[in-house]
Every structure is written in C-alpha cells, then in structure tokens.
Design a protein around this ligand. Structure first.
Ligand code: SF4
Length: 361
C-alpha cells in the first residue's frame, strides 16, 4: 500500500512508495454534522486575529474552507505537508457551494480560506471572486496569497486595482502575504521570486481597496546583518504595516535544512529536532551575530513601528519569544497575547509551471 510508514518485525522503519496526489475536487467536503460546530464558534476569533475590527455588536461565526493544497513555489525555508505534490486548487463551483453550506446551514458570516496559497495568480483569483459575487453570498473572508498577486508590475496597475476592488466587493477583509525580508539578496536566497518593492505596491493597492494586509518576516538567513534587519523594518515603516516576526527555522526537506547540515550548523539531527520550538524563537542561529544582537535590533525596529502606528504594544509582545510551551496556554488559562498583525503562515516547497499569463518566469 503506497503512502504509509511502519515498523517491521526487526525494528526497521519501512516507508512504502509515495502515494500520488489525489484530485481534490473528488474529495467530499467536510461533514460538519460530526462536530459540535457551535462550540467552535464560541472560541473562534479569526476576524480579530486577522486584523479585522470586531464591530461593537458583531458576532462572528467563522468557518474554514479549504480551496487549495500546496503551493506553486519552493522557498528554501518553507515546509508543508504537500510539498512533494503539485499545487491543486478546487473548482470555483465547489468553493462557492461549500461557502453556501457554511452560511446557510451553520450561519457562518466569516470564512477563513484556510490554505497554504489560496490564489497563485490574478486570473485564478478573479474567477473564484466572480463566482462568489455571482452567488450573492454575504460574508466576510480572508485568504493566503503572495506579494506578487497584486504587487507584480507585469500586470497593469489598473487591472490589479480593479481585481482588488472586486475582492472587497465579494467580502474580502484581509489578505495574508509575506514580505519575509526587505533585502533583495536574502529574498533570492529564500527563492521567493518576488521583489521587495512589489510588497509596497501590493499594500498600497489593497489599502486603496479597503483590505487589511497581514504580513510576516523571517530573520536569520546566514547573510543577515544589522543592516539587513534595518532594511526590513524600513520597508515595514514605509508602508505602515506591523509584521509577525519570525526566525529562520530549518525544517527537514527544506533547502535551509540541507544548508544547515552541509555547513555543520546541525550535527545531531535528532537532538536538533527535539530542541526546536517554533518560528518566533531563535532555534538555530546561522548568522554572524549573537542572538542578543539580533533581538536588540528587532526590538528597536518593532519599537519604532509600534510608535509610528500607535499600537500600544508592550515590549514583551513585540515578538512572542520564550518557547512554544511558555506562550501556548489552554484557552481557559487566558488567551495568548497577539499582535494585531500576528499571523503565522504555512509554507510549501513545490515547483509548478505557471505559464506566461502573469509574466512570471
Ligand atoms: S507557501 Fe511556502 S513555498 Fe509557497 S510561497 Fe509561501 S513560503 Fe513560499
């Protein structure tokens, strides 16, 4: 049977052949009758977590809808479950139908399109958004995109702005996409295939359309210096966006994990994997700086942004460092403090031929 691993009688771990990716339009949609959905509504706060204002009397009933699996890109720090499978996105009709069930059967008024990458190019996005508009569904939503969806200048500005307005009209309130770094050389080491200045243009277009931008940054590539950290914060300051700060966390099967092994930064893989916490801790420092130097520079950058944007954050909450267990408490022990734009993203490691349509190579 392909796609499984088991321990054989002699203690060896045996992995069978890889299972080919399935057609996601052939998978039935989730059967929510098996869940106490109301209990989930009580504890869901997706709109506020995504930087969306909770109106004074607003009661959000948030449901997830998955529209795609995997990603078309192959960033060197990114690991996702589907990284060896091609990017697959569902048909517009299936997405619209599932949204309709969430609204009509469960009274959802907010849908979180819960994907690694919801829209990989403008024409795909526009098709889904046209479908949502035609359905007449009234709901708010957020999704995961990239900086090149509205930021790539190879598509005329007016067209990008027009689609952004359509997003808004269809209920989009926030989009998550990552700047990662304000330094172009680091972006290239990341294999992001974006330009830092596209980020500024995307923020401007979305702002004009009335859509919130949530972003994250990754510090700690081997060529990171005080100056490159400052460049990243300068970009955030220039557009007025507070990022979710994270550190490079090399995970197995990623380019940076291979780099860390080959360059002796990881000597004992099991010990390293046992020691890691999450992206908001420095788990492995491969730069020429001390941990404290990095943290000090980040604290200065976050502090400037905090002041510029009038966020009123305490210094301890600029980056939620301290280890997974320290800041992940059961909900009944009090909610972890989150920054307004504090959204963690999933990443994949998949190449895909996108064709010439949006000008990517
Ligand atoms: S999901 Fe991962 S591979 Fe895809 S663009 Fe985002 S960071 Fe890169």
């Amino acid at each position: 049977m392909p796609g499984i691993a088991y321990r054989a009688g002699d203690g060896r771990v045996v992995r069978t052949a890889r299972r080919p990716a399935v057609d996601i339009d052939g998978i039935p949609r989730p059967d929510w009758t098996l869940f106490d959905v109301d209990q989930y509504f009580e504890i869901t706060d997706a709109p506020s977590a995504f930087g969306v204002e909770e109106g004074e009397n607003a009661t959000w009933r948030t449901m997830p809808v998955s529209t795609a699996r995997g990603c078309v890109f192959s960033c060197t720090f990114c690991h996702i479950v589907y990284q060896h499978d091609p990017y697959r996105h569902r048909k517009t009709e299936a997405i619209v139908e599932e949204v309709g069930v969430a609204i009509d059967t469960y009274g959802a008024n907010y849908v979180n399109f819960w994907d690694d990458l919801t829209f990989y190019k403008l024409s795909q996005a526009e098709k889904v958004v046209d479908g949502l508009l035609a359905s007449g569904h009234q709901f708010a939503w957020s999704a995961a995109v990239r900086t090149d969806l509205f930021g790539n200048p190879k598509i005329p500005y007016e067209k990008r702005l027009e689609v952004a307005h359509k997003f808004k009209q269809a209920g989009c309130v926030a989009l998550g996409y990552s700047l990662e770094s304000g330094n172009q050389q680091i972006l290239e080491l990341m294999n992001k295939r974006i330009r830092a200045d596209w980020f500024a243009e995307q923020v401007a277009i979305l702002r004009e359309a009335g859509i919130t931008s949530n972003t994250s940054v990754v510090f700690g590539y081997p060529i990171e210096t005080r100056d490159t950290i400052r460049e990243t914060f300068a970009m955030c300051e220039s557009v007025g966006v507070y990022p979710s700060v994270g550190f490079l966390l090399p995970l197995p099967d990623t380019g940076m994990y291979t780099y860390a092994l080959e360059n002796g930064h990881i000597r004992d893989e099991n010990a390293f994997l046992d020691s890691i916490t999450e992206r908001q801790d420095i788990c492995l420092n491969m730069t020429q700086m001390q941990d404290q130097e990095i943290l000090d520079e980040i604290t200065r950058g976050c502090g400037r942004l905090n002041e510029q944007l009038g966020l009123g954050l305490s210094e301890e909450s600029y980056v939620r460092t301290g280890g997974y267990r320290k800041h992940t408490k059961p909900r009944n022990e009090g909610r972890p403090e989150r920054n307004e734009n504090d959204v963690s993203f999933n990443y994949s490691n998949q190449m895909f031929d996108m064709g010439p349509e949006d000008g990517r190579e």
